[in-house]
Design a protein around this ligand. Structure first.
Ligand SMILES: NC(=O)c1ccc[n+]([C@@H]2O[C@H](COP(=O)([O-])OP(=O)(O)OC[C@H]3O[C@@H](n4cnc5c(N)ncnc54)[C@H](OP(=O)(O)O)[C@@H]3O)[C@@H](O)[C@H]2O)c1
Length: 299
């Protein structure tokens, strides 16, 4: 007898984490559906681009209901989000649109189609100064607001949810203008760069480990272990100072970078020490060391 394929629906599959997750699920034999915008580009999915079923969302709730009815997934991985570190007034509408409206349409459609397993993606930045809730920025506040909206759907439908709160992630095929992209550019250009004093501690998890956390969370939901909403951190369990991290990069790259430490000030609400009072996802442990991960992205 042939085993039935597990069916997943992913939002944010054209992003860094979502594209790695989609590729992993396709490789593991899942039937993968993705919801993208009318404007989304699929290149980030690479070879998985032709192996997933693409649903283009027109922005309406009706459109989302139709997608969910058609896809009928066993589980939804919700990763779509807009990240803005320090927002401007013009960013308010896109932030609410991507991080609240889109997600609420998704929940409404799941309820209507009787799809009741969801993995949601939060951020450690909901916990500035290690507080139960203190958003680093408006982006983190929208993530918290979405958890409040989730509560309504949990109370009014059989929905079971795991929220995975991510810290910093890194790995190959990262289109975001983050630290390693900057360091790689610097190593090539050999130009000097002004940075903050660099004493902030960072919690970095390699992309394959992050994806594994999503798979373990999915299996937990599918096995019926989740009562309503469980929240876990996806943390490396070890912190590294930014200066030390750059030193590790220099060692792996075999090149000294021209960094003017202290040439820039810290951001207003710089996270000097990441959130630490979290629960770790059961049965998950990061496997890739920082040194191996950095070597991987340099190659
Ligand atoms: N990566 C990290 O270090 C990190 C840390 C903490 C939390 N997180 C969370 O983890 C998740 C994945 O992060 P990421 O780094 O992979 O994000 P990313 O690379 O910035 O990708 C964002 C994804 O969301 C999609 N999206 C945004 N607004 C949308 C909308 N209105 N409708 C439909 N799709 C929309 C984007 O689609 P387009 O291609 O159309 O733009 C893209 O696929 C996010 O929820 C993020 O907040 C990530």
């Amino acid at each position: 007898m042939t085993e039935l394929k597990k069916k997943a629906l992913i939002t944010g599959a054209t992003g860094f984490v979502g594209s790695h997750l989609a590729r992993r699920l396709v490789n593991d034999g899942w039937d993968v559906h993705i919801i993208v915008r009318l404007s989304s580009k699929l290149e980030q999915l690479r070879e998985a681009k032709d192996k997933v079923i693409v649903h283009r969302h027109d922005g309406t709730t009706e459109g989302m209901l139709a997608i969910m009815q058609e896809a009928q997934p066993e589980i939804v991985f919700h990763l779509a989000s807009l990240f803005i570190s320090e927002h401007q007034p013009k960013d308010v509408v896109p932030l609410i649109h991507s991080n609240l409206l889109f997600g609420t349409q998704l929940l409404e459609a799941m309820k209507a189609a009787k799809i009741d397993r969801l993995i949601n993606t939060g951020t450690s930045w909901q916990h500035y100064q290690n507080e139960e809730y203190n958003p680093v920025n408006l982006y983190a506040a929208t993530k918290q607001a979405f958890e409040d909206i989730i509560r309504y759907y949990i109370e009014t439908s059989p929905l079971k949810i795991i929220t995975l709160k991510l810290f910093d992630t890194y790995g190959p095929d990262d289109p975001r203008p983050k630290l390693f992209a900057l360091l790689k550019k610097l190593a090539k250009d050999k130009r000097p760069l002004a940075m903050s004093p660099g004493e902030q501690l960072i919690d970095l998890v390699y992309i394959d480990d992050v994806v594994e956390a999503f798979i373990i969370a999915a299996n937990r939901l599918l096995s019926g272990e989740v009562a309503n909403h469980e929240i876990y951190a996806v943390s490396s369990g070890s912190l590294v100072e930014l200066r030390e991290l750059v030193g590790m990069f220099e060692e792996c790259a075999g090149r000294k970078l021209k960094i003017n430490w202290g040439g820039r000030q810290y951001r207003k609400r710089e996270v000097m020490k990441p959130w630490s009072s979290y629960k770790t996802l059961p049965r998950w442990k990061p496997k890739v060391s920082l040194k191996d991960g950095i070597s991987g992205i340099i190659q």
